[in-house]
Design a protein around this ligand. Structure first.
Ligand SMILES: Cc1cc2nc3c(=O)[nH]c(=O)nc-3n(C[C@H](O)[C@H](O)[C@H](O)COP(=O)(O)OP(=O)(O)OC[C@H]3O[C@@H](n4cnc5c(N)ncnc54)[C@H](O)[C@@H]3O)c2cc1C
Length: 394
């Protein structure tokens, strides 16, 4: 078979598109395969729209490094493309003495990660920034920003096409064979594509592509649903920017927070409850996905270690009362009538055999295949830097 120089990317979310864009702009022939009929159909189009500044991440981790770099690259990209990028700023508010101690840890981490202009503030300054918020102390991150990630994804897809690459929508591999010189991918349509390299950035679909490759690996994707409510228009003045709680260090999720998004809406959420299927946006159970998870020992170990929190989150995931209580911890004047039902996103979170939720980004690489195994938040913020990292490696 004739050797091809094409690079095939699976996944039209921010990570796949950023990888495709980087390689296409550097002169490589790129074919990006996305199973939906639009880009950013899953995590990249169902998130909080926050450009994180890099406060929380373990110093030296990929997350810490690529979040900071990604934020800078994203800022520049949005300037060039005319996409709204608004530094509304974020406060992380401690509401108990135990949380104040954890705030110290986050502050130390943020300084180690070189997060610009992060400061500890007291109640008076908190209320100047966010008059409706209350707490014992807070961190202020003035450069945490908001952006429309779907607009970024569409711009990246446009760049790939402009550079002569292909973004194939409604296309899905049914078989992948690694050869001595590259990969051969058969699509559902029957078409065969040859490539020198394959880069898989499939989010919730990671395990099914890994199975086609014959590399199930040592982790599995567990879907965590994040539901949002939003403030009714008359209550939006309660929030100026982003108001976050101090996160529980046992989990990689940030806790119910207030997010002003591009366009003016204010979101309340997301929580984190086990989803009943990889793409179970409507809460219906997907038997095939749950069966697959039930066969993974890590799933049961995770369930055993976290059943109390899991049950609490699952019970509350639909309830106005749960979200009002979460929101009131930060904004005491919040009334249940201030909330209206929003929408949900589903996180692709890798879990290992011991039932541990992987914290850092994980990228496996062999001669011809790069497989992104774990790209949870802040991977939207970091996407352009993840792409630079992957492109440099191949
Ligand atoms: C509720 C929620 C809130 C979040 N908030 C933030 C935030 O504020 N800031 C931030 O930085 N990050 C946030 N994140 C995380 C961020 O959205 C993700 O980390 C990021 O979007 C991951 O991008 P991705 O390209 O890896 O995955 P995705 O966007 O999920 O893209 C994967 C793509 O692969 C496609 N695919 C899957 N299987 C196949 C297949 N077999 N063939 C072809 N295509 C396939 C899918 O259709 C999908 O389009 C949030 C995530 C969620 C769910």
């Amino acid at each position: 078979m004739k050797r091809s120089d094409t690079i095939i990317v699976v996944g039209g979310g921010l990570v796949g598109l950023a990888v495709g864009q980087r390689l296409a702009l550097s002169g490589r022939e790129v074919v990006l395969i996305e199973k939906e009929n639009r880009v950013a159909a899953h995590q990249s189009g169902h998130n909080s729209g926050v450009v994180h500044a890099g406060l929380y991440y373990t110093p030296g981790s990929l997350k810490a490094r690529l979040c900071l770099e990604g934020r800078r690259l994203l800022f520049d990209y949005c300037q060039v493309k005319g996409i709204t990028y608004d530094e509304v700023g974020k406060v992380v508010v401690a509401t108990s003495s135990e949380q104040l101690a954890r705030l110290d840890d986050i502050e130390a981490r943020a300084h180690e990660n070189k997060v610009a202009d992060l400061r500890r503030i007291g109640l008076t300054e908190l209320q100047e920034l966010e008059p409706a918020a209350s707490g014992l102390g807070a961190l202020h991150s003035p450069h945490t920003a908001i952006v429309d990630f779907a607009a970024v994804a569409n711009a990246l897809a446009g760049d790939i096409a402009d550079a002569g690459g292909q973004v194939r929508l409604a296309a899905q591999p049914t078989s992948i064979v690694e050869t001595s010189s590259g990969v051969e991918i058969r699509l559902q349509s029957g078409e065969l594509i040859n490539g020198a390299k394959l880069i898989v950035c499939a989010g919730l679909g990671t395990d099914s592509v890994a199975a086609l490759l014959g590399r199930p690996g040592a982790v599995r994707i567990v879907p965590f649903r994040g539901s949002y409510w939003r403030l009714v228009p008359t209550a939006r003045q309660l929030v100026n920017g982003l108001i976050y709680p101090v996160p529980d260090p046992r989990y990689p999720f940030l806790g119910i927070h207030f997010t002003r998004v591009v366009g003016g809406d204010v979101l309340v959420g997301p929580n984190a409850a086990l989803a009943l299927g990889l793409e179970a946006y409507r809460r219906s159970i997907v038997g095939r996905d749950m069966l697959r998870l039930a066969q993974w020992p890590g799933f049961w170990r995770m369930a055993a270690q976290n059943w109390r929190t899991g049950l609490h989150e699952a019970m509350g995931s639909a309830s106005r009362r749960h979200f009002t209580a979460g929101g009131r911890a930060l904004v005491p004047g919040l009334d249940p009538a201030d909330l209206e039902a929003g929408w949900a996103g589903i996180r692709a979170q890798a879990v290992d055999r011991r039932g541990h939720l992987l914290d850092d980004f994980v990228i496996d690489r062999s001669d011809h295949v790069t497989l992104v195994r774990n790209a949870p938040s802040p991977a939207a913020t970091s996407s352009l830097a993840i792409a630079r990292h992957i492109a440099a490696e191949i």
